[in-house]
Design a protein around this ligand. Structure first.
Ligand code: PBG
Length: 323
């Protein structure tokens, strides 16, 4: 007869006790802020579906990075908007591409800030798909070469970590081989290992101007209904040499984060994607939800599920709240 001996409420009776027994802590160190870099100078172009996020020219991004570093945020993840797009995603692996230039500028001006680059082709192809399109679908193996070249060009520009998000088969092995062949044995790969074909990427595609012009991404990104397949994807990526893995989106896939945490000893990250962010912001702007509490609770849930670090558009305000 546990009651009245056991009364779990005893350990919730004051903030000091709650703090003592709290199982999950958030720290700005655990946040990575995704940023969108565009050509030009002095530009800060608001992304309407993700207030107050904005596309920034490199000079503006560098200034923002000083603040990000001062707040103790773990790092940034760079996405690029190229001047031009083509069938071959040339801008993705050009040493003078937008991401490569942004990395060089940021590492020069704010060297202590960790820079992760998203390795993908969808922002650089005229059709918005993540690789070479043959007969209406993305051809896997030729796309690996673009990805490998992209990752090497990011490393050459000074990226601390490369993060492939394309979901092609065999990309981790291809990128590892190419990095090693170019003397980047020490550049880690953070694999978007379990990336779902999610509706929650909607606002991002406005931000990155990367919506597919025909069809969808379901032949490469995963079916939201599948969990065992996520385990297989993560397993293969670790075997191929991923140093860290990611689950994406985050809150609708907490079970997958937990599964990854239980099975693997590599660092696990999760991406609180654009749609997750926009839903919270929209509700808060309507006065339907408390923004600060929603941001902290959502991030805490992702950490509690097992993520070591989180890609989140809330990185700056959450870091301020935790300060
Ligand atoms: C590129 C990529 C996407 C996101 C991150 N990398 C878009 C997509 O796969 O369509 C989404 C991030 C977000 O929604 O915040 N492939």
């Amino acid at each position: 007869m546990p009651f009245p001996i056991h009364r779990p409420r005893r350990l919730r009776s004051s903030e000091s006790i709650r703090r003592l027994v709290r199982e999950t802590e958030l720290s700005p160190n655990d946040f990575v802020l995704p940023i969108f870099v565009c050509p030009g100078e002095g530009i800060r172009r608001p992304i309407s579906s993700m207030p107050p996020q904005a596309q920034m020219s490199i000079d503006v991004a560098v200034e923002e990075c000083r603040q990000i570093a001062a707040l103790g945020i773990g790092g940034i993840m760079i996405f690029g908007l190229p001047e031009t797009k083509d069938e071959l995603a040339t801008g993705a692996y050009d040493d003078n591409g937008i991401v490569q230039r942004a990395v060089r500028a940021i590492k020069r001006e704010v060297p202590q800030l960790l820079v992760i680059t998203d390795v993908c082709n969808c922002e650089y192809t005229s059709h918005g798909h993540c690789g070479l399109v043959v007969d209406g679908d993305v051809a896997n193996d030729p796309t690996l070469e673009w990805l490998a070249r992209g990752a090497v060009s990011h490393a050459r520009a000074g990226a601390d970590i490369v993060a492939p998000s394309d979901m092609m088969d065999g990309r981790i092995a291809a990128i590892r081989t190419a990095l090693d062949a170019n003397n980047f044995q020490n550049t880690p790969i953070l694999s978007y290992a379990a990336k779902y074909a999610s509706v929650f990427y909607g606002p991002f595609r406005e931000a990155a101007e990367s919506a597919p012009q025909f069809g969808d991404r379901r032949s490469y990104q995963m079916d939201p209904a599948n969990a065992r397949e996520a385990i297989r994807e993560m397993e293969l990526d670790i075997e191929e040499g991923a140093d860290m893995i990611m689950v994406k989106p985050a809150m609708p896939y907490l079970d997958i984060i937990r599964e990854a945490r239980t099975r693997y000893n590599v660092p696990i990250s999760a991406y609180q994607v654009s749609g997750e962010y926009s839903m919270i912001m929209a509700a808060a702007q309507n006065g339907w939800i408390d923004l600060d509490r929603a941001m902290i609770e959502s991030l805490t849930s992702i950490r509690r599920a097992g993520a070591d670090f989180i890609m989140t558009y809330f990185a700056i305000p959450a870091a301020r709240l935790l300060a």
